[in-house]
Design a protein around this ligand. Structure first.
Ligand SMILES: Nc1ncnc2c1ncn2[C@@H]1O[C@H](COP(=O)(O)OP(=O)(O)O)[C@@H](O)[C@H]1O
Ligand SMILES: [Mg+2]
Length: 702
């Protein structure tokens, strides 16, 4: 049967690419491909997981409940940052017993968005299915016509030809329309999901691996869309075929119909049994695949680190092990698949034997009215019925399996971000339909301060714990005020929470308690997007995106930015000459994450990006660490000059004595509080000052 053929084809694919010793085998089979490749030029260059996954999806094996798997996803958190699922184990424990919570109706809702296209496809389906249904009947007539040598043969065959032509056109229309509907559902679902991901609070990303989120976009979405459209079509076709077949066999011979119907209960029984087993297996399979994908994504993105430690072989083995795990599961699924196909075929064909035996006797029996043609038609309808019923079972099974992947998608789409850390608009762009996205909700606050406001930043008794580490207090009541035009340096041991303060100020996280305000207004009451325009942060490890220097600087500003403005920012960061010294000046490509630039060049470009906005508050998080002393001095001088011109409040997180000296005041952070604050000279004069101990750890106080 068709299914069996498909299984065999993919089984051979598995053994070719992902055999149990996939590593050795791939080396043997693809000797021209070195095991550790250079940078993968594009995604299509990394075939194993993606292709493998795609193949599996086509087999319908990949849909499942990975949502609860330990690596593939993390437990959800409620508003208080408490885990709603007690442990991954508990979550998994329920997953094996419970069906996905997502109802089929939610998936059908997606189909409803494309109802015109799908409706068209289904009408075409009806036409082609009904013409196919006529075939056995016509064949029976042909047989009887031939055996009675009646003259209608020409007309009958011509009629059949015509019907087949119509059917072919209808089939073509159906396939195209369904595939188009699937792609449209994919497109909208992808955009909605990405939009939902972008909208989540920062802590959401601390708990999830980016590879896993990307996996949802790249694998789960098309899986759901495809499975939905394919199986809707299959179920409709099977429904039409089985109803029509049933009608025909009852018309042809009610007695013989009983024999045929006997095969249906075993087929449905097998479908249910198989569905259960395959669902469990495929759940595990998708978990294993997600782990493999995560390993591949993380290691390829960190290829430089892998390479400097000479770990290519180790990583390849690690990946091969993950893939082997999926292979072992896929093997079981393949056997289950085969067993199902075989059993269904056996029940269907056994019932056919019964039909031929009983039917043959009925034809031979002179008292019986059954003709040879009728028996021929009947047998074909019986086969059609068997195929349709088993097809319906399979399609239903696949649809329920797609619910698992659907669950992973809707889990994110439906998730309300905790806190107003996102600045995103409420409707995803370019999505034709509103149903896919989340309901429109008003933003938490749209308050902005009047232009020319007093940009004083203050932390008042700020406490903070990271949602992922609810037992570790990072800040224990920080108090700090920075006035416009003032430069405050924050010093403190690494891990003392300096960068955390900067994240809290730009509202990447919400303080557990206490208030952070800008211009005497708690930032929680301000429009987050506006707030972030006011505060420019040069992160400790600034990330540039692949593109030119200009594009990276422009990133800070929505819309067009004049070249003058970009150059002005570059001059304010004392980086104009540095940029001009690059091969293509402002048009130099920076590479992925800015990898083609030196650390210092990256830091300076990031500074230009921060300054181009003319922010009211500037936070420099150890930005000078990658600069040599000379450049650091030049950059600091330029930045502080423009900061004082623009009356900016500057917070600089620094270690270097020179940076600390340049600040108006130094705040020392320890044990989650600002333990001392004052000018560098004053603090250094105090015998027992922490700053002094920090800067001269070996010298005993005089
Ligand atoms: N996203 C995060 N999730 C959980 N813990 C974090 C996160 N970021 C930082 N931490 C922890 O918070 C503490 C303070 O980090 P950070 O503010 O980066 O220190 P630093 O003073 O060196 O900038 C560290 O112990 C670090 O392990
Ligand atoms: Mg830091």
């Amino acid at each position: 049967m068709h299914r069996l053929a498909v299984s065999a084809r993919y089984a051979s694919y598995f053994s070719r690419v992902h055999g149990p010793k996939s590593l050795q085998r791939s080396a043997r089979l693809f000797p021209s491909q070195p095991l550790h490749r250079a940078n993968f030029a594009s995604q299509s260059d990394v075939p194993p997981t993606s292709t493998f996954f795609t193949r599996l999806q086509r087999l319908g094996l990949a849909a499942s409940q990975t949502f609860q798997s330990q690596s593939a996803s993390a437990p959800l958190y409620n508003e208080n940052g408490k885990q709603t699922a007690a442990s991954p184990d508990a979550a998994r424990g329920t997953s094996t017993q419970e069906e996905p919570k997502l109802e089929l109706s939610r998936l059908l809702q997606l189909a409803k968005e494309e109802r015109h296209l799908i409706g068209f496809a289904l009408s075409a389906q009806l036409i082609s299915a009904s013409s196919i249904m006529l075939f056995p009947f016509a064949l029976g007539k042909v047989v009887d016509t031939v055996s009675s040598s009646a003259p209608e043969l020409d007309a009958l065959v011509a009629l059949m030809g015509g019907v087949f032509a119509i059917s072919a056109v209808a089939s073509a229309a159906r396939v195209s329309a369904m595939s188009l509907a699937g792609s449209r559902i994919s497109r909208d679902l992808r955009v909605s999901l990405f939009h939902a991901i972008m909208k989540q609070e920062t802590a959401f990303f601390d708990k999830r691996q980016s590879g896993e989120l990307v996996n949802r976009l790249s694998s789960d979405v098309p899986l759901v869309a495809r499975t939905l459209t394919d199986n809707l079509a299959k179920i409709i076709r099977a429904g039409v075929t089985s109803t029509a077949s049933l009608g025909f066999i009852l018309y042809l011979s009610p007695t013989l119909s009983l024999v045929t119907l006997g095969s249906i209960p075993p087929i449905l029984g097998f479908a249910v049994m198989f569905g259960r087993a395959a669902r469990k297996l495929s759940r595990k399979l998708v978990d294993a695949l997600a782990e493999a994908t995560q390993v591949a994504a993380e290691r390829t993105s960190a290829i430089r680190t892998v390479r400097t430690f000479g770990a290519e072989d180790i990583e390849t083995k690690r990946y091969a092990n993950r893939v082997d795990e999926t292979y072992h599961l896929a093997k079981k699924v393949a056997f289950a698949d085969g067993l199902y196909a075989g059993s269904v075929q056996l029940s269907a064909q056994m019932s056919l034997c019964g039909v031929l035996w009983f039917g043959g006797r009925m034809v031979i029996d002179p008292l019986n009215p059954m003709t040879m043609g009728a028996l021929t038609s009947f047998s074909m309808y019986a086969v059609n019925l068997g195929v349709a019923v088993s097809g319906m079972g399979t399609a239903y099974g696949q649809l329920t399996r797609a619910l698992g992947a659907g669950h992973r998608i809707f889990e994110v789409i439906d998730r309300e971000p905790d806190g107003a850390s996102s600045t995103i608009c409420e409707q995803p762009p370019n999505v034709a339909h509103s149903q896919v996205g989340v309901p429109v909700k008003p933003k938490a606050s749209l308050r902005r301060l009047q232009p020319g406001y007093d940009a004083t930043v203050s932390f008042e008794d700020v406490h903070f714990k990271y949602p992922t580490q609810p037992d570790t207090a990072i800040l224990n009541g920080v108090n700090l005020t920075v006035r416009p035009g003032e430069i405050i340096a924050i010093a403190g041991a690494s891990g003392s929470g300096k960068s955390t303060m900067s994240s809290l100020l730009s509202r990447l996280y919400e303080p557990t308690s206490g208030t952070i305000s800008l211009g005497n207004e708690p930032i929680a009451n301000l429009d987050t997007a506006w707030l972030r325009e006011q505060i420019a942060v040069v992160a400790q490890e600034p990330v540039l995106f692949n593109g030119t220097i200009t594009e990276n600087i422009q990133y800070a500003m929505p819309g067009e930015v004049s070249m003058q403005r970009i150059q002005r920012a570059a001059r304010a960061a004392a980086s104009h000459d540095m940029i001009l010294s690059l091969p293509n000046k402002y048009e130099t490509m920076v590479g992925e994450r800015g990898a083609s630039l030196s650390g210092g060049q990256r830091a300076r470009t990031a500074l230009c990006r921060a300054l181009v906005r003319d922010p009211r508050v500037l936070v420099l998080d150890e930005h000078s660490a990658a600069l040599d002393a000379e450049s650091e001095r030049a950059v600091a001088q330029a930045v502080y000059t423009s900061a004082s011109e623009l009356n900016m409040a500057v917070i600089t997180i620094a270690h270097r004595t020179s940076s600390l000296r340049r600040a108006d005041r130094v705040a020392v952070l320890a044990d989650g509080v600002v333990i001392e604050i004052g000018s560098y000279d004053d603090l250094m004069k105090q015998e027992d000052s922490c700053l002094r101990r920090m800067l001269n750890p070996t010298r005993t106080p005089i």
